[in-house]
Design a protein around this ligand. Structure first.
Ligand SMILES: Cc1cc2nc3c(=O)[nH]c(=O)nc-3n(C[C@H](O)[C@H](O)[C@H](O)COP(=O)(O)OP(=O)(O)OC[C@H]3O[C@@H](n4cnc5c(N)ncnc54)[C@H](O)[C@@H]3O)c2cc1C
Length: 484
């Protein structure tokens, strides 16, 4: 099947319902349920871009197996131009939500394509796992399926050892192996987009290393979300059913996060990619370089999100007439610096991309890691703070859309207009700023950016541990020894 339309995505979700729980209710159909349906619609709009004459060439490429036009994020890049073309495709998708939907399908499409481009890695103990990875990649590409993923075991107690302490009753664990496959039991966090995805990929993460004894927790596999025994337990929806005027982001871009419970879930062998080898599980991300591919999507999205924040803060200050205030300019200048640094990191990652040992072109890990780290640790939380600092009480002067149709409308028009904006335009803009920096949707965005790529502290420790510092130290040593 060629690249899907939005309606095909919706129909597939509706006819293959996963077990989804929210607020004490088991959901019949996420495509119509108020907690999910607008997020589903936003995702469907992305798929429609693959059929829009203005964008379809950028969004798709010819499948190497069927010759059909398939989603470009499924490409296994062979050249730097492939990466540049993929960035254009990802940028189109990211702008649809101003970077606020982070788990658009390109994220995992790039990741699984990264596995496929390094499929030999999976054959180390079990040659058939290589074929499983390749077949799975072809399957999701040709059916244009939407994926979620869960990499982390729930905390019972974290400790400061190098690897996570796992509790068999909590951590996702292989409880049985049969001729037909494996059976897994336990839980995983955190499936963003899970309830509105077709498939779930379950694999290890470099930020929560497995200990030597964790053979039964060392695996990688993928399943349909509608597999019996799998349950998605959602948080509260951030789509409160309000208009796009009142909640411009929450009413459109709820991508939902869920804990996943696995109750003796059967995984057929053809869906298993790695099993029982702790070292392979711990090295898997670095060896396949799949995180360079997902990182390409991530950092490109942060460019879009930062440019969106630049536009938002600039409009806010023009509306409030504060553009000549020096520290207002300085704060917006900080966003411009962030934007330029992020753009430079994407370009550097592409310019310094290299073929890996299996012939896949991989964006350079260094600039992507630097950008991800600084965006999570400081840039994004600070930019949300800048929105608050620049907006001040205007972030609370927020009559609802319905107030403009009520008896109080004349007073709103008289008192809330500024020198450059009518009352309704001002309020619409500041509803958007509030949804970025003050609402529950905005709070979740900050939490997401901080943590979705793993705990930032451990990520930075990994960077320190893996980074070659010898040249830098040698130079300092030579300077110390210099005479005169
Ligand atoms: C909004 C959101 C969406 C997410 N989406 C996904 C997703 O789609 N798929 C997915 O797999 N994951 C997802 N995650 C989960 C993410 O991978 C984890 O949150 C992240 O890896 C951190 O793990 P944790 O939440 O268990 O935190 P913990 O490991 O419990 O850490 C919590 C805090 O304690 C500190 N800490 C605890 N133990 C240690 C230790 N041993 N060493 C150093 N520091 C420690 C950490 O620095 C951190 O500050 C998402 C998270 C969020 C918040």
């Amino acid at each position: 099947m060629p690249a899907r339309t939005g309606q095909q995505y919706i129909d597939h979700l509706s006819t293959n319902p996963a077990e989804v729980w929210i607020g004490g209710e088991k959901v019949d159909d996420v495509t119509t349920h108020p907690a999910f349906r607008n997020g589903v619609r936003s995702l469907a709009a992305l798929y429609d871009l693959q059929h829009n004459p203005a964008t379809e060439d950028a969004m798709t490429f010819k499948s190497p197996s069927s010759g059909d036009s398939v989603g470009r994020s499924f490409i296994i890049p062979k050249t730097i131009q492939d990466l540049v073309d993929r960035r254009e495709m990802m940028t189109n998708w990211a702008w649809e939500s101003c970077g606020m939907m982070a788990r658009t399908p390109d994220f995992l499409n790039c990741g699984i394509s990264g596995w496929a481009g390094s499929a030999e890695y999976f054959s180390a103990n079990r040659p058939e796992f290589r074929d499983n990875v390749l077949n799975y990649h072809t399957y999701i590409r040709e059916n244009d399926l939407t994926l979620t993923h869960t990499l982390v075991n729930l905390q019972r107690s974290r400790n400061i050892s190098i690897s996570d302490r796992l509790e068999d009753r909590v951590a996702l664990t292989v409880v049985k192996e049969t001729d037909a496959g494996i059976v897994v039991h336990g839980s995983r966090i955190l499936a963003t987009l899970g309830p509105i995805s077709d498939e779930i990929a379950v694999y290890p993460t470099r930020t929560h290393l497995l200990g030597d004894e964790a053979k039964k927790q060392a695996f990688s596999f993928a399943l349909p979300c509608a597999t019996p025994g799998m349950k998605f337990m959602c948080r509260e929806s951030l789509d409160y059913g309000r208009s796009s005027f009142d909640h411009p982001l929450g009413s459109r871009f709820e991508e939902m996060d869920a804990v996943v419970f696995f109750d003796n879930v059967f995984v057929p062998w053809e869906r298993v990619f790695l099993l029982g080898d702790v070292e392979m599980a711990n090295k898997f991300a670095a060896a396949t370089q799949s995180t360079s591919h997902t990182g390409h999507q991530v950092v490109n999205r942060t460019v879009v999100k930062t440019e969106f924040l630049l536009g938002l803060t600039s409009l806010m200050c023009e509306t409030l007439g504060s553009t000549q205030v020096p520290h207002v300019q300085e704060r917006i200048g900080e966003i411009i610096v962030n934007l330029e640094m992020l753009k430079a990191c994407v370009r550097a990652a592409e310019a310094d991309a290299q073929l890996n040992e299996w012939g896949m072109m991989c964006p350079s890990f260094g600039p992507l890691t630097a950008a991800r780290t600084v965006f999570a640790n400081s840039m994004y939380p600070r930019m949300a703070e800048i929105v608050q600092l620049l907006g001040s009480s205007s972030l609370m002067v927020l009559p609802a859309e319905s107030d403009f149709h009520s008896e109080i409308a004349p007073e709103l028009e008289r008192y809330l207009a500024t020198e450059t904006a009518g009352a309704k335009d001002r309020v619409r803009l500041f509803h958007l700023a509030w949804d970025v920096a003050c609402s529950a949707f905005g709070g979740r965005q900050i939490l997401y950016e901080r943590f979705f790529g793993g705990d930032p502290v451990r990520n930075t420790m990994l960077l320190y541990q893996g980074y070659d510092k010898t040249n830098a130290m040698d130079r300092v040593q030579r300077f110390l020894e210099r005479e005169g």
